[in-house]
Design a protein around this ligand. Structure first.
Ligand code: BV8
Length: 235
């Protein structure tokens, strides 16, 4: 009974920090990236998700993000997001570190959420550094008129230093790092399990399909995030 083992781990290994990826939002209708039905199966990340691609052809990258903005605007938090918010209220989860840009953890009621890959709430100007709320695709910079980029971290772009430092600090001090719905292939975030393990904490993974860290996890649940986290709530 891996979920019973996970519940026991959550009881005996506190504080628990949760690291989420696109897999926690697929049950909200948002496709992930690396599954057979994932976004990268249709769109080449080198063409649409690198900072060089944006500099090369911002309109093209905005066409890609405009499609995603539409999907993200319709999405609602699912049972997985709601269970993590409830576990935080019960003092069983300290914080959620997320690679997702959809803002669904906050909408589910999670209070301490660290967005290490940015969010779609804002846009940023590469020319003058201005940041502004993202109201529509391909906005012009209110200061210099340049086309702004989505406030997300693209490949080849540094992560927000404060968020990444906070995430590493939480991972190092965690009794348990619970990974939910991530293939753990994108760095530097995929380095967080090592931070926890090398500081003596435990690792647990809830993910459909393999990750490079399965062999080092005390518990691996290969199943749907929503159902698994709801069961954990009742365990
Ligand atoms: C950087 C933008 C400095 C937002 C994204 C070290 C080694 C090798 C490469 C590198 C390295 N260091 C840096 C790199 C380069 C690169 C990198 O890691 N490349 C990888 C691909 C090899 N990293 C970077 O470029 C980072 N920047 O390092 O800057 C620098 C600068 C120049 C040169 C070098 C270094 C920036 C990384 C961030 C890029 N931005 N997205 C957006 O549009 O959303 S990353 C993209 O992948 C997503 O944001 C996502 O967050 C991230 C991780 O993906 P996952 O969330 O894990 O999603 P995935 O689909 O992979 O997995 C989902 C899993 O869930 C699947 O297993 C699936 O089966 C499962 N699942 C699905 N549904 C369910 C489920 N499980 C349970 N229940 C379900 N219902």
């Amino acid at each position: 009974m891996p979920v019973a083992e996970l519940a026991e781990l959550l009881r005996t290994h506190q504080p628990c920090v949760v690291l989420t990826g696109a897999g926690i939002s697929t049950e909200s209708g948002i496709p992930d990236f690396r599954s057979p039905s994932g976004i990268w199966a249709q769109y080449d990340p080198m063409e649409y998700a690198t900072i060089d691609a944006f500099r090369r052809d911002p309109e093209k990258v905005w066409e890609f993000y405009a499609l995603r903005l539409g999907v993200l605007a319709e999405a609602e938090p699912n049972a997985g997001h709601l269970a993590l918010a409830e576990l935080e209220r019960r003092g069983r989860v300290q914080a959620v570190v997320t690679q997702n840009i959809d803002g669904l953890h906050q909408r589910a009621g999670s209070r301490e959420v660290i967005e290490v890959h940015g969010s779609i709430r804002t846009a940023a100007c590469l020319e003058c550094g201005t940041e502004a709320p993202l109201e529509r695709a391909a906005p012009s910079c209110p200061s210099c008129g340049a086309i702004m980029k989505p406030g997300v971290v693209m490949f080849g772009e540094l992560l927000p230093a404060e968020a990444m430092e906070r995430a590493a600090e939480l991972a190092r001090a965690a009794g348990l790092l619970l990974v939910v719905g991530s293939s753990l292939e994108v760095y530097p975030v995929a380095g967080l399990p090592d931070e926890t393990l090398s500081a003596g904490g435990a690792l647990a993974i809830v993910n459909r399909g393999p990750t490079p860290f399965d062999g080092r996890a005390a518990v691996k649940v290969d199943g749907p995030a929503g159902e698994t986290l709801s069961t954990l709530l009742r365990a």
